[in-house]
Design a protein around this ligand. Sequence first.
Ligand code: GLC
Length: 754
Amino acid sequence: MFRFLFLFYSIVIIAGCAVKAQEDSAQNKVEELLAQMTLEEKIGQMNQYSSFYDVTGPAPGAGYQKDRYEHVKNGLVGSMLNVRGAEQVRKMQEVAVENSRLGIPLIFGFDVIHGFKTTMPVPIAEAASWDMDAVEQSARIAAVEASAAGLNWTFAPMVDICRDARWGRLMEGAGEDPFLGSAVAAARVKGFQGDNLAAPNTIAACTKHFAAYGFAEAGKDYNTADIGLSTLYNVVLPPFKATVDAGVQTFMNSFNELNGIPATGDVFLQRDILKGEWGFNGFIVSDWGSITEMLYHGFASDGKHASEIAANAGSDMDMESHLYLKHLKELVDEGKVDNEHIDDAVKRILTVKHNLGLFDDPYKYCDVTREKNVTMSKEHLDASLDIAKKSIVLLKNENNMLPLSKSGKKIAVIGQLADNKNSPLGNWRLAADDNTAVSVIEGLGEYGNEISHAQGVKFFEGQEAFIHELKINNEDESGIPEAVELAKSSDVVILVLGEHGYMTGEGRSRAHIDLPGKQQKLMEEVYAANSNVVLVLMNGRPLDLDWANGNIPAIVEAWHLGTQSGHAIAQVLYGDYNPSGKLPMTFPKNGGQIPIYYNYKNTGRPGPSGLVFWSHYIDETNMPLYPFGHGLSYTTYKYSDLQVNVDSLSGVVNVSVEVANTGDMDGDEVVQLYIRDKVASVTRPVRELKGFEKVTISAGSSKTIKFKLTKDQLGFYNNQGKFVTEPGQFDVMVGWSSKDGVVSNFTLGDNFQF
Ligand code: GLC
């Protein structure tokens, strides 16, 4: 035994030394290179240009396009974004490496948000899978395809918590909850970065947008975020911290101001918390032009002042403001920006390039053969289908209308989205080829039954091929009579309604969260003609579905599921996959309830009371339409035997529950654990997700699911940003949504060893 232990610990020590030696050698190489660099060359590393400006931001001035090439050639550019394809990247890399004095390679960034060419479900949909292995695999595949196209850096994961269905960018994140959001964020970082960042099929991840972008007032994009410290520390920051713990290489700051300070110029966020308290040693890139935007915020008087603020606040790289290149040297000469800040920023940038192996081989990502072989491979398409199915949420299934029988039926498929091959790809799919999604009609076509399609209403038109050209046409209802006639003559109606993929994402906030255009009218008239309706939703945000929920017997949330959308939807509708998704975000009953979320505070007047003097509306319920964590199955589950055991000495609360599949179909169930800290020095929510497990339970069998609660789950941040743990009484619920489950409670005495 002794010999084994000696051998084991020797291996651990040797491995640890090897990692340390590797890090030291990287640091030495970076220090050596830094020592050779002029101030101009250092500032060049902090400068990032976009190559195809029209894709993700306003066009830079023509002057810069002309100078762009010269700057790359002279070592005055550290990174490019939006360069596409192994060949293009090689060309651009050659300009930098073969011409500049020190031949420092560029790092190539791109918005690889949900897949690359093989498009995966939009991130909010993937979060609905609650399947972290699938989420990680999705990011892994995206990295394999993106790196084959020459890229080595993605501007993802976006980890912004959001409680406001009006915000267009919630589709890029993981919804309203910090615990689920943290798990998804870490899984995505691991998927992108893999186990070896220097491998040619892994890419550096970028946690964004730091911070509180999802708390834009009124859900209006780029709007002011003004939140309390308890929300900042306990809701907004945890997913960001989870990515630092997962080893993320870069961060991106955000356009918004937080409590009066634009994030790009926020020392507290970037230096005190991220680089200080959390010890983050990667680099921070600004968001597109966000350094310049401090002028519009009224936080900087001119471009030079904005550069000074941003550099001193820890924004290491300037994306498309071009201000660092213009002003930083002068600011250093004037002593307004410390040389140390420049060296720190450049060391961070060079270290990430080193970690990617770019100094060993700047062209390692530029293999056109690999690009051809791996892109849209069968393995990738199968994985896309797998996570798409797992992301679908069954919201309602009255009288078990679903699954549909596979033959002998006349099925009317109604809706403009039903035969659309572009919208299901969602927004933020810059690398995908247009119209490459499997449509609902195509997916259904793989099965029997007689399928007929009617468009019903046209609620969008225009060049769908471009995010700026989609026109939302609200008026055309000329197709309703034909759709109604088809419904009348059919056994079943599948209504495919929702939002076009480009109605979500950046700059796509909506004041109304109803079905756009005349879709509601179409739905009501079709339902009046034939009440056997399955509503399939394709949307990128919670919608107001109150009428549908009150009338339509079966409702399926199918988001924008990517390349394999139609196959995933068909396999769920026909029962070849038993739906297992759970909502990562509350669906309001009425847009007027927004912001509405499950982990709310009790307030001093929780009610209900006979009088009006309690926290409520006089014209609407407090309850959502569908709560966070909601999602049905074709089978049924029974939760029982909730056991809670407080082990004070080891500082662990052990929780277990029995979950039985009482139906006749195997299924995957997301078992969710929530707590409530009844009394604390900072008020705690009425419910907080602190554990979940997605388990497969075959029909007629049951499983015991176990959770451990330790200080990490039982504590919270106080308003000084300190993580505290306090004894006291806790409620615990283990259930199938944030609203439903089996309950118990426990008390932590003063002797509990947190
Ligand atoms: C955008 C987005 C950001 C994206 C960046 C580069 O404006 O805010 O999420 O990564 O520009 O495209």
